[in-house]
Design a protein around this ligand. Structure first.
Ligand SMILES: *Cc1c(COP(=O)(O)O)cnc(C)c1O
Length: 437
């Protein structure tokens, strides 16, 4: 039977038990990225997973079809235990989700067609009319816009707090949010964080947020979600500090080659289930080809991020002492004691994306950007190549001037994402570009 063509074409079953430990030693994510969640014997022995281009999956029997739909529709607890239809899931996406969960120590993960799809579906899954979202600021501009301009159309309001807020400030924010929700006849449905913030690298104290949430709402309170795109998965694991849901734009470090757009969320199954149900309804899952590309990317994510992080440290050391440089927003050179304390408790590395403050304003920044020969002038970050951009006139142009000033996004700020090139070549490039300023 096992050799019959019917069996070979059968949809992939739930992941088999596999080796995640040897002699009591938990295998590291870097090891598991080469094989976890994929069994070659189910795919003609193909060492790498094929790309499964199919819109639907054949049932073994009518009863099996019924069983699958009972899982999908929630009539049977535990969700789907097989593949049904490609809006719900597919083999490539399932392998990807298994591997993404490993990095953050999450029970479950969901992949999406972009980081913003992940964020929008997540928030929609939790927010109802009259609810309040508490969020840190600044957020990625599109995330902030989704809360303020889209969810507001459905009677959902928000309260934001500055990234560095202390426990006392957070307690006050939670109280205000509770009052606001009561007045609107809703609840506080989510605490949404982004740390470090973009482009200033201000860190949120996730442990303090967890304590404030628990104090205000008990442990049954709203989930804490955090956008970990800038430091994850290597340099920050927010589930360890008490976050419930970790959010990624996989477009950045995880994809890592500036050649795809995707997103994900991860956390305990109980937090993923409502989001999975909405994704099943709306769509928005990552496509099989992109999922395959991400599996390839995950095999090198640790190597790439380590190299980029080392490069950034060298480049920042050069920039910090340059006479035309006013300052750096780099997590390896924090000046504020409270921010340093958060960094020490939450982060395993300083990342490779930072802001460079030049002496001068837009004209000086533009002269610098236009003179770069290796670093490319583009928005986005986390790729193999070094990118530079001018947030005030690009990514944050839509942010009101007053708010920009409040967030520390001046006209003299250049955002740089360091790649994996030779570090001395990068330093030579920055040195010659600074001469043009
Ligand atoms: C890029 C980015 C997003 C949005 O992700 P897309 O994949 O572009 O949709 C969200 N959050 C942060 C921090 C980002 O950098």
């Amino acid at each position: 039977m096992s050799d019959s063509p019917i069996d070979r074409a059968a949809p992939r079953k739930a992941p088999k038990p596999e080796v995640t430990k040897i002699a009591g030693r938990e295998l590291k994510p870097a090891t598991l990225m080469m094989g976890h969640g994929y069994d070659p014997t189910l795919s003609e022995g193909s060492l790498k997973p094929p790309i499964f281009l199919t819109s639907t999956f054949a049932f073994e029997s009518a009863a099996a079809g019924k069983h699958h739909f009972e899982g999908i529709t929630g009539k049977r607890p535990g969700g789907a235990d097989g593949l049904v239809y490609s809006r719900f899931n597919g083999p490539n996406q399932e392998i990807l989700e298994d591997r993404l969960g490993i990095w953050d120590g999450a029970e479950d993960a969901l992949s999406f067609s972009s980081g913003m799809t992940a964020i929008c579906v997540l928030m929609l899954a939790y927010a109802a009319q009259g609810d309040v979202i508490v969020h840190s600021g600044p957020l990625y501009a599109a995330s902030e816009g989704f809360v303020a301009k889209v969810l507001s159309k459905f009677g959902v309001t928000y309260i934001d707090f500055p990234a560095g807020a202390t426990r006392e400030q957070l307690d006050a924010v939670m109280d205000r949010a509770k009052t606001q929700a009561d007045e609107q006849g809703g609840k506080v449905c989510m605490v949404y964080l982004e740390s470090p913030g973009n482009p200033t690298n201000a860190l949120v104290d996730v442990e303090a947020v967890r304590d404030a949430r628990n104090a205000a709402f008990g442990t049954d309170g709203p989930p804490i979600a955090i956008d970990n795109t800038f430091l994850g998965p290597l340099w920050q694991r927010p589930l360890d500090q008490g976050a419930d849901i970790v959010v990624y734009s996989l477009t950045k470090y995880v994809g890592g080659h500036s050649d795809l757009v995707a997103g994900s969320i991860a956390g305990a199954k109980k937090w993923m289930n409502p989001v999975r149900a909405l994704r099943n309804t709306m769509g928005g899952i990552c496509d099989p080809n992109t999922a395959w590309m991400l599996l390839r990317s995950l095999e090198t994510v640790e190597l790439r991020m380590q190299r980029a992080g080392e490069n950034a440290a060298k480049v920042c050391e050069f920039l910090a002492s340059h006479p035309k440089v006013e300052g750096l927003g780099y997590l390896g050179m924090i000046k504020d004691a409270r921010q340093q304390d958060i960094y020490d408790r939450h982060c395993q590395g300083a990342g490779s994306t930072f802001s460079l403050l030049l002496k001068g304003g837009e004209a000086e920044c533009f002269a610098f950007l236009d003179a770069l020969k290796i670093a490319k002038l583009a928005v986005s970050l986390g790729g193999t190549e070094t990118l530079a951009s001018h947030p005030a006139s690009m990514t944050h142009l839509s942010v009101a001037e007053g708010r920009r000033a409040e967030l520390g996004i001046g006209d003299n700020l250049v955002r740089i994402s360091i790649g994996i090139e030779d570090p001395d070549d990068l330093i030579a490039d920055f040195e010659q570009a600074l001469e043009q300023v």
